[in-house]
Design a protein around this ligand. Structure first.
Ligand SMILES: Nc1ncnc2c1ncn2[C@@H]1O[C@H](COP(=O)(O)OP(=O)(O)OP(=O)(O)O)[C@@H](O)[C@H]1O
Length: 475
């Protein structure tokens, strides 16, 4: 720990130095006043960080995270006075990684918060763009999901993944397995769609030779194959009632018998199941066994649809392009990105992946342009034209008669929309059909603060403007 640590903090800094995880101590102005060697190694390649701002080190931003569309645990902690936890994508010595950040306030004798201890923990479930197969995203909805995954993965709890087709349920199930203590064991998948009772039973539990007509040899079932690992039941909502009983018995007793055998065997797997169906409503309506639903639903995780996290589309599209056309160094033109962001994706990430793959095959040069994208996507994006742009178009028509300048009119419309909005920044961006980053850019261009008022001038301290952000709560 360097000697510049303020005298009253030497003991605390020495305590942090002894901790194996990266820790820093920051003042109220985001300035690092002490950092342990684990932090310097992980975040700065061993270099000194005291005196720098935390957001400069981990994000390379020039301003605090919450002023550039990210959640900032430090300012959240300052507001609530409690320990705060968020998941961020950080720059590290080994590239972009997802990290969980815990910020704990430190108070002086009068009870005022004077410092913050920030602890970083790398999440094994997500990687930045460079990672070949991992989950991709950085929107608040995606990070909330990542946080749930990282919390449940180390336990043996049963997980139920719910989300539309193509939202990445199997990828998440694999991420949970990879981050669990069973990672060295097998990851076994059974798709429950259209499996009749007899087949389901022999697939899951295996069978003895001669157990039924056609059982020429003994077969090991998937429950045995998953021993020491994870069993992933995909589309569990599609399993017929007769198989639901068998599944429930397996989960309640932890034992099973191969078909044609009397020997009781002990199962050793962690169950992750997934469905695109509304299982809770189905069980309330008697269409799915309620007792099984409660068993499966120990730790539910909802996967957001892609249209609920539009700000991830540019990142996902570019990364998927690298995955489907490796070595071609293709990039997306800004106009193609706009088309992709505006589309609604009933098939979610799978559809986006197919779209960019098709575009890569149609593209001869190095840049994918709108004409390389499928007709329905271009049409869809026109249908789903950002609300703001539509409003601007309408206003443009009526303004044609008047003397108001076009950019002033845009700024006025944006200001009115922001002032009328009651919700999060993410919701506002989604309402306008743009990403949170674009929202911030447009606000900055039009010199609008988040409550719809013009930004304070340079003489006014930014903190004086903060309490006026009532109408837009952080996502
Ligand atoms: N967050 C993500 N980052 C990167 N790729 C993703 C992400 N989510 C989904 N994908 C990709 O989208 C495709 C569909 O994912 P997956 O099969 O896991 O979806 P699913 O929800 O299980 O679909 P279904 O319900 O139809 O089985 C895969 O190619 C997967 O790699």
């Amino acid at each position: 720990m360097p000697s510049v640590v303020p005298p009253g903090l030497v003991e605390l800094a020495s305590f942090l130095e002894g901790l194996p995880e990266p820790h820093i101590l920051c003042d109220r102005d985001y300035r690092v006043v002490a950092a342990n060697s684990a932090y310097r190694r992980a975040c700065a390649g061993g270099a000194e960080v005291v005196g720098a701002r935390c957001y400069e080190i981990s994000h390379r931003y020039a301003r605090p995270c919450d002023q550039v569309g990210e959640t900032c645990p430090l300012s959240a902690c300052r507001q609530t006075g409690r320990r705060e936890r968020v998941v961020h994508l950080h720059h590290s010595a080994t590239g972009e990684i997802y990290e969980s950040i815990d910020v704990t306030p430190i108070r002086d004798a009068t009870g005022e918060i004077v410092y913050f201890v920030e602890r970083l923990e790398e999440l094994p479930v997500g990687r930045g763009v460079a990672h070949a197969q991992g989950l991709l995203g950085h929107s608040p909805a995606f990070r909330r999901m990542l946080d749930l995954i990282s919390r449940v993965a180390p336990s043996d709890a049963t997980v139920l993944l719910q989300g539309e087709s193509g939202t990445g349920k199997e990828l998440v199930a694999k991420a949970i397995h990879d981050a669990s203590r069973r990672a060295e064991g097998p990851f076994v998948v059974l798709d429950c769609t259209g499996l009749p009772e007899t087949l389901f039973e022999s697939e899951l539990f295996g069978h003895e030779k001669g157990a039924f007509t056609g059982a020429a040899t003994r077969k090991t079932g998937l429950v045995e194959a998953a021993a020491g690992g994870t069993l992933f039941l995909d589309e569990v909502g599609d399993s017929p009632p007769s198989t639901q009983v068998k599944l429930l018995r397996l989960l309640e007793t932890g034992t099973f018998r191969r078909v044609g055998s009397t020997e009781l065997r002990r199962a050793d797997f962690r169950l992750v199941s997934a469905t695109h169906r509304p299982l809770r409503q189905m069980s309330a309506a008697g269409e799915f066994r309620q007792d099984l639903f409660f068993r499966l639903n120990t730790f539910p995780i909802c996967l957001p649809a892609l249209r609920e996290r539009r700000q991830d589309i540019p990142l996902l599209a570019q990364a998927l392009l690298m995955r489907v056309a490796p070595g071609r160094h293709l990039r997306l033109s800004p106009a193609a990105v706009d088309v992709l962001v505006a589309y609604d994706y009933p098939g979610n990430v799978r559809e986006l992946r197919n779209l960019v793959e098709r575009a890569s095959l149609l593209c001869d040069g190095g840049e994918i342009r709108p004409e390389h994208l499928a007709e329905e996507v271009r049409r869809g994006s026109a249908d789903a034209a950002p609300a703001l742009d539509m409003a601007l178009d309408m206003a443009g028509a009526s303004a044609a008669a008047g003397p108001m300048r076009w950019d002033a009119l845009q700024a006025q419309l944006l200001r009115d929309t922001v002032a009328a909005h009651r919700g999060t920044r993410g919701e506002l961006a989604a309402k306008l059909g743009i990403s949170v980053r674009t929202l911030y850019r447009r606000l900055a261009e039009a010199k609008i603060d988040l409550d719809g008022e013009p930004k304070p001038g340079p003489a006014e301290h930014p903190r004086t403007a903060a309490p006026r952000r009532r109408s837009v709560t952080p996502p």
